[in-house]
Ligand binder design. Structure first.
Ligand SMILES: [Zn+2]
Length: 149
């Protein structure tokens, strides 16, 4: 059976790991959030990179972190969106500042990591709210997401 154009357009986007990001995605598959840290100056680094952006030391060390942090910003995704998300809008996209100081983007999910169809009002989403890491499976790829605590 071949996949038609409509099937492909309704597919959820998933990340394509490369040499710099493969350890990050391997961590996610193991239920662990890994962030690079420079072994020389201690700077936490995001996005993944081969060299420290602060002191230029090569080979930052992948380090497991709790994933705890706070909402630095957020928005509500509404139509129009990618066709795959048509039945899932509205949903909340968070910019989370981890306690180690780097910022990642992820979906707001419930405490069990399940998708939340919400505009954030019922949950009380606001800048500064504490969040905890969860992983949400998107088309077979565990994505780091956050739930309010
Ligand atoms: Zn450094």
């Amino acid at each position: 059976m071949t996949q038609g154009a409509d099937d492909r357009s309704r597919a959820f986007p998933v990340p394509v790991p490369d040499a710099d990001t493969q350890p990050f995605w391997d961590g996610c598959r193991g239920g662990e959030l890994r962030i690079q840290r420079c072994a020389s100056c201690g700077t936490w680094l995001w996005q993944p990179r081969p060299v420290c952006s602060s002191c230029q030391t090569p080979g930052p060390v992948w380090t497991a972190v709790s994933g705890d942090g706070f909402v630095a910003s957020w928005t509500v995704m509404r139509p129009p969106t990618l066709p795959a998300f048509a039945d899932r809008v509205p949903y909340v996209l968070l910019l989370v500042e981890l306690d180690v100081g780097v910022r990642l983007i992820g979906y707001l999910v419930d405490g069990d990591g399940r998708w939340l169809r919400s505009d954030g009002a019922a949950e009380g989403v606001e800048i500064g709210r504490r969040v905890a890491l969860r992983f949400h499976d998107q088309a077979g790829t565990p994505l780091p997401c956050w739930t309010l605590v």
